[in-house]
Design a protein around this ligand. Structure first.
Ligand SMILES: NC(=O)c1ccc[n+]([C@@H]2O[C@H](COP(=O)([O-])OP(=O)(O)OC[C@H]3O[C@@H](n4cnc5c(N)ncnc54)[C@H](O)[C@@H]3O)[C@@H](O)[C@H]2O)c1
Length: 365
């Protein structure tokens, strides 16, 4: 096929509005259909964003012009829904995490390979102006050879604001699998593949209480650790200490790198438009480098995938990269359980930088 790429969406929940706000304005894709188990929710989103089709997953997959299906379901459904999309001969853009476990992730990638379609996966924040500027700064050698880093992701947890937060405290959730993909994908872009991890974990409270929406006041079980402390080693020799926590009353996100020539504060990898700060050795203040590039938010990865399909080139947010990040997260959880370091068997190709003038809104197809 040629020209604009037809897109369908499965999952009309919280994050679908951010995707649709962007995807309905990007010239290289056209959103044709939205499906959900709750077809009324799909209808409401279709009306809100002027999408021509809405209904069931089967109806979506029967829409011939849909080439990429964006899977915005909850993590426990990512593999099954992804496999259904692949069996309909369509490409997958999946929300993170790619799967709940290694076997699910492998099954998805193998199914796509045999069907001759692609699986790409969030996060696409790595394609935004803030992260690309930080990456360019590291690759230009501003802090020399990177030696080590520090990641802090601390919050009390998302149950106060998400109306259905149960999945965020179940297998496939917790701070590691829910927020970890942003930091670990960023670190693989910056430092290369991970080779070994060691970790600890804890669960602060066995239940939590929903804080907003129709189920406010309802308690639900916590089935995964709500804090992980990890030591992550990279093929290039760098090591990063990381905290992923839904247990802290202090809200903080931090990603710092230190190299032979200085240190830098990388902007929040769950965002698109913040500056990078570089501290040269002996500097009293940082040099602030404004973000250069697109500040459009979620959905930019779908456009990058659409253009890569038309060009016959690899997409940057590849399934291979998402599988490596999944493998690292599962290994951190296993290392915390066993008390032993875990060697990482998978690897990933580090994606190339985007050109500074890359524009997801431009009409190129
Ligand atoms: N909420 C956020 O801020 C946010 C941000 C970034 C990424 N994400 C990711 O996006 C995904 C969805 O999160 P959300 O917050 O929108 O969840 P949500 O619970 O609000 O919405 C999920 C939707 O998927 C539908 N669904 C579930 N299983 C389905 C199936 N088998 N077939 C069809 N529809 C199905 C549900 O009915 C629901 O409408 C998750 O993977 C999450 O990690 C969420």
């Amino acid at each position: 096929m040629s020209g604009k790429v037809g897109v369908g969406i499965i999952g009309a929940g919280v994050i679908s509005s951010q995707y649709l706000t962007n995807l309905t304005t990007f010239a290289d894709v056209k959103v044709l259909f939205i499906a959900d188990l709750d077809t009324e929710r799909a209808r409401e989103r279709a009306e809100e964003f002027g999408i021509p089709g809405h209904g069931t997953v089967e109806q979506l997959l029967a829409t011939a012009e849909v080439e990429i299906v964006v899977n915005l379901t909850v993590p426990s459904a990512h593999v099954a829904v992804g496999e259904t999309i692949i069996s309909a001969g369509k490409h997958v853009w999946s929300e993170k995490p790619l799967a709940l476990d290694r076997s699910g992730g492998q099954a998805l990638l193998e199914a796509a390979e045999s069907a001759g379609v692609r699986v790409a996966c969030a996060p696409d924040t790595m394609l935004g102006a803030s992260f690309q500027t930080a990456l360019r700064t590291v690759r230009a050698g501003r802090i020399g050879d990177v030696l080590n880093g520090l990641v802090l992701l601390q919050s009390p947890g998302p149950e106060s604001w998400h109306p259905s937060p149960e999945f965020l405290f179940d297998v496939g959730g917790g701070p590691l699998l829910d927020i970890g993909p942003y930091y670990l994908t960023a670190l693989v872009h910056l430092l290369g593949p991970v080779t070994r991890v060691s970790a600890t974990s804890s669960i602060a409270r066995p239940t939590r209480v929903i804080g907003s929406g129709p189920k406010a006041g309802t308690s639900f079980p916590v089935n995964v650790p709500t804090h992980h402390g990890a030591l992550i080693e990279f093929a290039g020799g760098a090591a990063v200490q990381a905290v992923f926590s839904f247990e802290s009353a202090i809200r903080r996100t931090l990603l710092e790198l230190t190299g032979t020539a200085g240190s830098m504060a990388v902007p929040d990898p769950n965002g698109f438009d913040k500056p990078t700060e570089v501290w040269e050795l002996d500097a009293q203040e940082p040099a602030v480098i404004d973000a250069v590039g697109s500040t459009a938010t979620r959905g930019v990865g779908v456009v990058e995938l659409a253009r890569a399909i038309r060009a016959g080139e690899p997409e940057r947010a590849s399934g291979e990269l998402a599988y490596h990040v999944l493998d690292v997260m599962i290994s951190i959880a296993e290392a915390a359980e066993s008390g032993e370091a875990v060697q990482i068997a998978s690897t990933a190709t580090v994606p190339p930088l985007l050109p500074e003038d890359w524009d997801p809104a431009a009409a190129t197809l």
